[in-house]
Write a protein that binds this ligand. Structure first.
Ligand SMILES: NC(=O)c1ccc[n+]([C@@H]2O[C@H](COP(=O)([O-])OP(=O)(O)OC[C@H]3O[C@@H](n4cnc5c(N)ncnc54)[C@H](O)[C@@H]3O)[C@@H](O)[C@H]2O)c1
Length: 267
């Protein structure tokens, strides 16, 4: 039996990486899936793949930094699908500025896309889920990994880590307020995952080829670097009825990198 049979899902940030693979996995598991992104061309490509998997693949343009754009996208999806049972929010933007180098614009951009964007998505979706009698909203945090997470010291990426910490607390607060209405609210916290977004962030630090990246990050990751398909399975669990008593939680899907806080594998 498909895990998401009869569910209607909206995946925001689905033009690339983790969002794209999550939309495809949801389609394979029987959901009707709408995909949204600021990158219309990429979103259309994902929508085509989702449609080929039998998941419908409705495509909507959205800029999560603009409240009106998010409301319009959510309303459009509700109009087409009749409701939203599962919301996934994965947009990403990052630059590797240190505290000293950080400009106000850089700080605000990362907050706008990842923290405020998640807030707008929750705000637009909650009334529809209340009408439905419930649903599952899944944000995206980041697991502990050296400089790369919300629970550690992101020396190279302070705005990114701070925005992810904001997402974690937004998830817990929203879960506390809305779980009694049947709206579960959780986050997936990926470890390092090979995507267009993560590779272009590393490229800013002069790290281009995958062998060098593996050499640098691999020793902290007991199961090696993640693939977007691996991380998508975390969203699937939280979207499914098998997580019916799970809310206010941040699920690391990181191949053991949080457990390996020292960043070194045993000899
Ligand atoms: N890849 C990793 O190593 C990793 C690790 C930890 C956490 N994460 C998190 O996982 C999520 C997905 O990351 P990814 O690696 O798949 O990134 P990605 O760059 O491959 O995909 C992100 C998508 O967000 C979209 N986007 C950017 N700004 C937007 C906006 N204003 N409105 C709507 N969409 C917008 C992009 O167009 C892109 O399609 C992010 O929240 C990221 O922080 C990723």
């Amino acid at each position: 039996m498909a895990l998401l049979a009869d569910k209607r899902a909206l995946v925001i940030g689905a033009a690339s990486g983790i969002g794209r693979e999550t939309a495809k996995l949801f389609a394979r598991e029987g959901a009707k899936v709408a995909v949204a992104d600021i990158d219309k061309v990429g979103a259309e490509a994902t929508a085509g793949e989702v449609a080929a998997l039998g998941g419908g693949g409705w495509c909507v343009a959205v800029d999560v930094t603009k409240k009106a754009s998010v409301s319009a996208a959510v309303d459009e999806v509700v109009g087409r699908l009749g409701g939203i049972d599962v919301l996934v929010v994965t947009p990403f933007v990052s630059t590797g500025m240190t505290v000293i180098d950080m400009t106000q614009a850089d700080w605000e951009r990362q907050y706008a896309v990842m923290a405020t964007g998640t807030l707008f998505a929750f705000q637009a979706t909650i009334p529809h889920m209340q009408e439905n009698g419930g649903g599952s909203m899944i944000a995206t945090s980041s697991s502990h990994f050296a400089d790369y997470g919300s629970m550690t010291h992101p020396a190279m990426m302070p705005a990114y880590g701070s925005a992810k910490a904001a997402v974690e607390l937004l998830v817990r607060s929203t879960a506390t307020l809305h779980s009694h209405q049947g709206i579960r609210v959780n986050a997936v916290a990926p470890g390092f995952t090979v995507t267009q977004g993560s590779l272009s962030t590393l490229e800013e630090h002069g790290l281009k080829d995958i062998a060098t990246i593996e050499g640098m990050l691999g020793p902290g990751m007991p199961m090696g670097l993640g693939k977007p398909e691996d991380v998508a399975e975390g969203y699937l669990f939280l979207a499914s009825d098998y997580a019916s008593f799970v809310t206010g939680y941040s699920l690391p899907v990181d191949g053991g990198s949080l457990a390996n806080a020292s960043g070194k594998l045993a000899p």
